[in-house]
Design a protein around this ligand. Structure first.
Ligand SMILES: Cc1ncc(COP(=O)(O)O)c(C=O)c1O
Length: 333
């Protein structure tokens, strides 16, 4: 079977739980992929929703493993709090992930060519509101979709003139509204031949933040991994993992600090990191016609980025030892 693209493909089962009268009801699996909502549901009028993204991988020996799902459960809780939503309990989140994987085990592709089963937990306010206030009823769902690689070649970024998030806003949580903010800019970027937008800090527009769907990192000419520190970017689980892989397994020095746009000409390598992007090497960043290129002194295959990617993907596929608690194997019976 050829590798699927990164797109929604309906799977047989999804998990649904409802919040009513101040508590979460017991959830269930459903074969119905449609959601029916009141026309004035809070999610439709005031965008009260949060989501997550994580991958289950089927190994050649038939195991299904999930990479650090506890971090997604914890981040979704943080997102809910910021969006005035009742968090779905973390232990039930993890149980629902397992339930969806088990129910859909037959459609999960082998991970050998970069394929996986992308799980999308999400939650939204369902009851009708007209005045601006949070909903009092919610739905938590998880669906899954077999996917392939997000980027299949080296990518081109451009510095974006629009902002995605605001200082003291919602950039550090995974709320749909952040992504709505990026749709105009990504449409324009694609039309101009770029793969993604690189956003700057919206307060001063001098520091690098992240792209619309992934964090960014650089490798200095001395081989150090540097990645932006900012309160307005999403705390990527992949980024947290590559920092640990680089320093703990490869002896690479790492640094998390604000990175000024004017520094990028100094860096040797650049990559995006995220659940969907995994680690995607960046070919170039275009800053209004000044194009900064990476990987010019080293081939992409021999780069520091490639070394980190190799260990990370082997860990995610269960083929390399990983820190205690990072891999969750789903029992299939
Ligand atoms: C805006 C944004 N930044 C970063 C990431 C990467 O986060 P993670 O590694 O947890 O998937 C994502 C994807 O989830 C994202 O949407």
């Amino acid at each position: 079977m050829s590798s699927p693209e990164f797109a929604y493909r309906v799977s047989p089962y999804r998990f649904i739980a409802r919040y009513r009268n101040g508590k979460w009801e017991e959830g269930h699996l459903s074969t119905d992929e449609n959601v029916i909502l009141n026309e004035s549901a809070c999610v439709l009028q005031y965008s009260q929703n949060v989501f997550e993204g994580l991958k289950a991988r089927k190994t050649e020996d038939g195991r299904i493993i999930v990479f650090r799902p506890d971090r997604n459960a914890a981040r979704m809780k943080d997102s809910c709090i910021r969006m005035a939503m009742p968090p779905y309990p973390e232990d039930l989140f993890l149980k629902a992930v397992d339930d969806v994987i088990r129910a859909n085990a037959d459609v999960i592709p082998l991970c050998t060519d970069g394929s996986s089963f992308y799980l999308r937990p999400f939650m939204f306010g369902t009851d009708p509101v007209l005045g601006v206030r949070p909903a009092s009823e919610y739905e938590f769902r998880i669906f899954g979709s077999p996917v392939g690689r997000y980027f299949s070649r080296m990518i081109k970024l451009r510095i974006c003139d629009l902002d995605r998030v605001a200082p003291h806003g919602t950039g550090h949580v995974k709320a749909g509204l952040n992504y709505a903010m990026s749709l105009y800019a990504i449409t324009e970027a694609h039309a101009l031949g770029y793969d993604e937008n690189l956003y700057l800090d919206s307060a001063t527009r001098t520091y690098i933040e992240e792209t619309g769907g992934a964090n960014i990192f650089f490798i200095t000419k001395e081989g150090k991994l540097v990645t932006p520190k900012s309160d307005t970017i999403l705390p990527s689980i992949t980024r947290d993992s590559i920092l640990a892989v680089a320093s703990g397994y490869l002896g690479i020095e790492t640094e998390e600090r604000p990175i000024a746009l004017e520094e990028i000409k100094e860096f040797a390598e650049c990559g995006l990191c995220g659940t969907a992007a995994v680690i995607s090497p960046v070919e170039s960043i275009d800053d209004h016609g000044t194009v900064y290129r990476f990987f010019s002194d080293v081939t992409e295959e021999e780069s520091v980025t490639a070394k980190i990617k190799k260990v990370l993907t082997e860990m995610q596929e269960g083929a390399h030892p990983s820190p205690e608690g990072w891999l969750h194997e789903v029992t299939l019976t």
